[in-house]
Design a protein around this ligand. Structure first.
Ligand code: F6P
Length: 324
């Protein structure tokens, strides 16, 4: 292998830059050239490819976002789009591809490999931590800590005003951010898509708290849980409670996607970046590199794609026991 290409695709996640840096510097260490592709698969289809050096990745390990930019690319889901992408890789003499992203990114990679047998390795980069084949994804730890800081602040005002707060966190269809930030933030309840709880379950739990003289409550709602918004859930709760309740809703939104990556994310990203590059050199292809039980693991993309990673029951049990 003489030249590898790297891109970031789908939603950005803190730590992606540390990962790009590791791929580039790992390649240089092994005497291989690296090119960057701007704006994900779309950039590959347009041939937006440029050479990267050690200097290209200086001073980025601490920066959130991605210096390569990112985008969702419906065109890569078409045969024609992937054909154009393949031609650009060939004309740029690229013989290995590293893609950093989430499930949609790997789905595209899987099709691409099936059609062209092009050597490709995926690196899990998403705040959602919803990918099979790795215990942690790049960006998850930072996102949880960002959510936690916000929850702690809301707790102060909830307590002072004796209010109920519904705090909506990200996670698409996964409750990882909700469960971990809920446990760490001492939430009274956590609503996740993996466990179907209704507004009346929530009302029952709130009433039990009031009977124990609880005057404020924090409820973490994973965005996928409500298939709408925490605000809609708040309306349902109000309808079911026969007394006036002082309730507020806060949606944390995209603040969870930005910011300085945590030490854990920078280390994980560096490890996975180097692992992806060295995996390509060892002719591991059509795989996603992840970390399971603190060991690097290469999972075939066809096993990882579209397979939800269940939340450990132990975590869900903790929320129930500790939130009384
Ligand atoms: O996958 C990461 C994520 O932040 C999800 O948690 C969220 O549902 C989604 O991306 C939001 O995507 P967008 O920024 O495109 O609205």
């Amino acid at each position: 292998m003489n030249r590898v290409a790297i891109l970031t695709s789908g939603s950005d996640a803190p730590g992606m830059n540390a990962c790009i840096r590791a791929v580039v510097r790992g390649a240089i260490h092994h005497g291989i050239e690296v090119v960057g592709i701007r704006r994900g698969y779309g950039g590959l289809i347009r041939g937006d490819i440029f050479p990267m050096t050690s200097h290209s990745v200086s001073n980025i390990i601490q920066r959130g976002g991605t210096i390569l930019k990112s985008a969702h690319c419906p065109e890569f889901m078409t045969v024609e789009g992937r054909q154009k992408a393949y031609e650009h890789l060939v004309s740029n003499n690229v013989d290995g591809l590293v893609v950093i992203g989430g499930n949609g990114t790997f789905e595209g990679a899987l099709h691409f490999h099936d059609e062209f047998r092009f050597p490709i390795v995926g690196i899990p980069g998403t705040i959602d931590n919803d990918l099979f084949g790795t215990d942690y994804t790049i960006g998850y730890d930072t996102a949880v800590n960002t959510a936690l800081k916000a929850i702690d602040r809301i707790r102060d005002t909830a307590d002072s005003h004796e209010r109920i707060f519904l705090i909506e966190v990200m996670g698409r269809d996964s409750g990882y951010i909700a469960v971990q930030s809920g446990i760490a933030g001492g939430a009274e309840m956590v609503m996740v898509p993996e466990v179907l709880l209704s507004a009346s379950d929530l009302v029952d739990a709130l009433k039990k708290g009031w009977n124990r003289s609880k005057s404020s409550s924090i409820i973490i709602v994973a965005e996928g849980e409500t298939k709408g918004t925490a605000a809609a859930l708040a309306d349902q709760i109000r309808e079911q409670v026969d007394c006036q309740i002082d309730m507020r809703v806060t949606t944390l939104g995209h603040i969870q996607r930005g910011g300085v990556p945590s030490a854990y994310d920078r280390t994980l990203a560096s490890r996975l970046g180097l692992g992806a590059l060295e995996g390509l050199l060892e002719e591991r292809t059509n795989v996603m590199v992840g970390v399971i039980n603190n060991q690097l693991v290469y999972t075939p993309l066809h096993e990882a794609v579209g397979r939800p990673k269940p939340i450990r029951n132990e975590l869900l049990r903790m929320v129930t026991i500790l939130s009384v």
